[in-house]
Design a protein. Structure first.
Lengths: 113, 221
């Protein structure tokens, strides 16, 4: 039995289209959009979660009202305690949410032109 | 341009007030997210008819809710860490915990950010200072709170976790999203929930329903 090697292949090789991976920098609009995503996740959503947790343990429970987060070991980070969000902070969060929405609309509007 | 500059100025001013310095770190936000998912588990149990009480490690009723900021042992008495006792009629009681270590099939310890354990297993673990077995967990949740899209390595790690734990319902839960993470977890038949934040009611309800289903099958089993 004869062994056949690639060089002896009877079919001619097809020319293959070269594919190259490249990295392109984000546009200004994309960078702003990513920054807005981060602000929403890190600030707005964190505050919404904070409010939900405070409400849950403040109203859905019997007796206990304080909510404390503590490390098991005594570490440098001592933990934190949750409180109802002050009105001034709630108002700032509302304004921030509105600013983010407005900027998103602005990005979309400019992208369409 | 002027409008955008004005908006950015307003944003900067709002940001300065909107951020609570105590919660500004990534770690604090992650802890908070885990507590939020814990509340969804408890709500799901209540919807399915469970009576819920909150306890300290010594079994007394919790008067302050204390939650872990780092993984720990269920028997730890370093702090009075709170857990929820979920009691369904005519069923063995369950316990919902935050950040406890459980033993996988290999004997290696894994951390579930949120888990629901059979109370008999939890009692044995506390009394004998042994780790609860993952097979005795009804729900195990891996929480990921990210301000950016998730990286694929998180899905790979979760798939690896799934090969060593025998928990009925092991769920990957995130506030963020990523098409590649969702595709990989789906292809590997892993449960996941994305966009889990209070404003996304459809996504939150879907996850709560997953927890409710887990309780339904537990009650029937």
């Amino acid at each position: 039995m004869l062994e056949r090697f690639a060089e002896e292949s009877p079919e001619p090789r097809r020319a293959r289209r070269e594919r190259l991976a490249a990295t392109e920098p984000y546009s200004a609009a994309e960078r702003l959009s990513l920054a807005l995503d981060a602000v929403e996740h890190a600030v707005v959503e964190t505050a919404e979660i904070e409010r939900e947790v405070v409400q849950f343990f403040g109203t859905d429970s019997k007796g206990a009202k304080r909510v404390i987060f503590r490390p098991e070991e005594f570490e440098e980070v001592s933990g934190f305690e949750l409180h109802a969000i002050p009105r001034r902070r709630l108002e700032a969060l509302t304004k921030l949410r509105q600013s983010v929405a407005t900027l998103r609309r602005e990005i979309a509007r400019r992208g369409n032109h | 341009v002027a409008i955008t500059d004005e908006l950015l100025g307003e944003m900067a001013a709002s940001l300065a007030i909107a951020v609570d310095p105590a919660l500004a770190s990534y770690a604090a936000a992650s802890d908070l997210f885990e507590a939020y998912v814990f509340t969804l588990v408890v709500r799901a149990a209540q919807t399915e008819g469970a009576t819920v009480t909150y306890r300290n490690p010594n079994g007394s009723v919790a008067t302050t809710f204390v939650f872990r900021t780092s993984p720990g042992y269920i028997w730890s008495t370093a702090r009075p860490y709170t857990y929820a006792v979920l009691e369904f009629p005519q069923c063995e009681a369950l316990e919902a915990h935050l950040g406890v270590r459980v033993a996988g099939k290999s004997g290696v310890l894994h951390e579930f950010d949120v888990c629901v354990i059979r109370q008999s297993e939890a009692d044995t673990a506390r009394q004998n200072q042994v780790h609860p077995r993952s097979a005795k967990c009804v729900i195990g949740v891996e929480c990921k709170f990210y301000s950016t899209p998730l990286i694929l390595a998180l899905a790979r790690a979760f798939i690896g976790l799934g090969t060593d734990v025998s928990t009925w319902n092991t769920i990957f839960v995130t506030n963020s999203e990523s098409a590649s993470v969702e595709k990989l977890l789906t292809a590997r038949d892993r449960q996941w929930a994305n966009r889990v934040v209070p404003g996304a009611s459809v996504d939150v309800d879907r996850l709560k329903n997953e927890f409710q289903s887990a309780f339904k099958y537990f009650r029937a089993g």
